[in-house]
Design a protein around this ligand. Structure first.
Ligand code: RIB
Ligand code: CA
Length: 340
């Protein structure tokens, strides 16, 4: 078997962050060096407690959790507890982990890990599932450490899909647009990142990943214990989606970023220069210069198409331990058919 790919997951758990962590924890291809938490769906401390809860569910409390930035670079902090619940996990109120505590210093952990990777010529990637505040601080405080970065996959932004915080803005980049701009600009200007692009898993692809009541029922039958956890943390999220967007089910954004890192063929898109708006009515919008109007070299790879059935197959086989043979026909039936 090939050597495991080393990753750090930067997140704001968060219901879909929790599902993404579960997928990563069930993927033998990756070695998770640590989880860094950023202010987003819930305040940083609460997010870190939730990351520990997920690690406890998955019996992986050996993985360290680090506390990151507690407010965006410039904007006032606006949480998303209306979507994720007061506890950040859909009012599921799972017990707190008491045996392990989060550590301080997320940005220093990111920098030290990247410097170590660079020194040992190992590859280290980051999967970012929340606002990019921690990564922006990393760029500002330790740009030299980015020599050690292999890939950055960021769930955030939107190319042509409508926003979820305004007609054009997606929450992660709306919550901290200045942080997002710093990171996207770094991929345009820093020599350490020359030739690299942020893999942007935006709403164009994540809106295609909808956990429906039928899929949830199937998950609970595949694996009652894990299915029940998923049911408990997504009920609140499904109610929110019905109230806000008239959807029966819930869009689970973050796990697609992990799945794409594991299997890049799961999504297709194009390379482009992208900038982030930091003021006015379109604050947080990702301006994707798909046709090269500004003549700037790409700093991002914008994913626009995905295969929801293939994603769900990966999720159900890894997290729910479903047998691959039975999954495909069942998921095709539950998800409205498959390409012939
Ligand atoms: O807009 C969706 C994103 O914002 C997801 O990552 C969700 O967890 C929130 O962080
Ligand atoms: Ca998130």
């Amino acid at each position: 078997m090939n050597a495991k790919r080393k990753i750090i997951i930067d997140c704001d758990p968060g219901i879909d962050d929790a599902l993404a962590l579960m997928l990563a924890l069930c993927s033998p291809e990756v070695e998770i060096l640590g989880i860094t938490v950023v202010c987003g769906n819930v305040p940083t401390e609460k997010g870190a407690e939730n990351a520990l809860k997920v690690l406890q569910w998955m019996d992986r409390l050996d993985i360290p959790v680090y506390l990151g930035e507690e407010r965006p670079l410039v904007r006032n902090y606006v949480d998303a507890m209306d979507t994720h619940g007061e506890d950040g996990l859909g009012e599921s109120h799972y017990p707190y982990v008491t045996t392990v505590r989060p550590r301080a210093g997320a940005v220093k952990f990111l920098a030290d890990s990247l410097l170590t990777a660079a020194a040992s010529k190992e590859k280290l990637s980051i999967i970012a599932l929340g606002p990019l505040t921690n990564l922006a601080r990393l760029v500002q405080q330790s740009p030299e450490s980015l020599d050690g970065l292999d890939q950055l996959v960021s769930m955030g932004g939107s190319y042509k899909s409508h926003g979820n915080c305004s007609p054009v803005a997606e929450y992660n980049y709306w919550c901290d647009p200045h942080g997002a701009k710093v990171v996207y600009n770094a991929f345009y200007t820093l020599p350490q990142l020359s030739g690299k692009e942020i893999h942007m898993i935006g709403l164009d692809v994540t809106r295609q990943i909808v956990l429906t009541p039928n899929l949830l029922e199937y998950m609970c039958r595949l694996n009652p214990e894990r299915g029940e956890i998923i049911r408990r943390i997504t009920g609140f999220y499904m109610d929110f989606h019905w109230a806000q967007e008239g959807i029966i089910g819930c869009v689970i954004n973050d796990p697609l970023a992990v799945a794409y890192f594991l299997a890049p063929s799961l999504c297709t898109g194009f390379s482009s220069y992208t900038d982030v708006e930091t003021e006015g009515i379109s604050l947080g919008q990702t301006l994707v210069d798909a046709y090269g109007f500004w003549g700037r070299h790409p700093n991002s790879h914008i994913l626009t198409e995905t295969n929801p059935v293939s994603f769900m197959e990966m999720f159900c086989s890894r997290v729910l331990k479903g047998s691959e043979k039975a999954l495909h026909p069942m998921l095709c039936q539950l998800m409205g058919g498959c390409e012939k």
